[in-house]
Design a protein around this ligand. Sequence first.
Ligand code: 0O2
Length: 267
Amino acid sequence: MEIQLWREILSPYQQAVDELLIKFNHIIQEYRNEGLYSPIETVTGRVKKISSILDKMQKKHIPMNQIVEEMDDIAGIRIMCQFVEDIDKVVEIIKNRKDMSVREEKDYVTNAKPSGYRSYHMILNYDVHTINGMQTIQAEIQIRTLAMNFWATIEHSLQYKYQHNIPEHVREKLLNAANATVALDKEMSSVRDEIMDAQNSFNIKANIVSEILVNIQNLYKVGNQREVVKIQDEFYAIYKKDDIRLLENFAKQLDIVAEGYKAQSLS
Ligand code: 0O2
């Protein structure tokens, strides 16, 4: 098939991947802006390579005119979570969205594949609006922990190296490694609350500090320079004390000062 035709076929898939990446990254941002722990750690996406599409068409006997209906992973999104529990949360977030409709779910977290592969898969119907109108395409979302992702990435490379015929002794090692990731995920879950607390305090502190710095920066433009330098020194002194409540109080006081200047400039 002509390259130009492939471009036309794949263009809405690229658009879907781009849009979905923005949406999932925005979810991460929203959680962090609120000083909350995000169930999504990172997200990646890709459009399947033409060579991989051709391989799959051959393997599954899919004719060219059926690929939109029958190939569900041309647009692929991978969501990485820190903890197994986060996977359920992400599934719930996706199910509650009006712009993504779930077609199919495969739970390889509860039911690992014989290879040891674990991941939660969702096939979505997703509408893309292009200059040629709206098109509904399928997208595959793989949701997994960082440990599951580590294993799957290595195993995928080995599948490629051995052309899907991994020798028995290597397969055995991979199964042992898969069991180790199950144990690792379990251990991590047992300290989840503590890790989340630490990350929440980190996010809260980072948000307060950035709020304070924006306020100080704005005061430089409108305030008395000497007073602003004094405020800045005060901030450094409080920051060194490493006490979130002191920082919160300081941010509140600074808000009042900033409001005062705003009122002055308006009157
Ligand atoms: P790629 O190169 O990642 O795109 P099939 O699509 O025929 O493989 P099915 O039932 O349609 O099988 O979908 P399934 O089993 O849910 O697998 C879809 C994708 O999940 C695969 O896409 C892989 O990305 C991933 N996956 C499934 N099983 C394994 C596994 O044992 N190891 C690893 N590393 N990944 C797996 P592709 O097209 O096979 O590969």
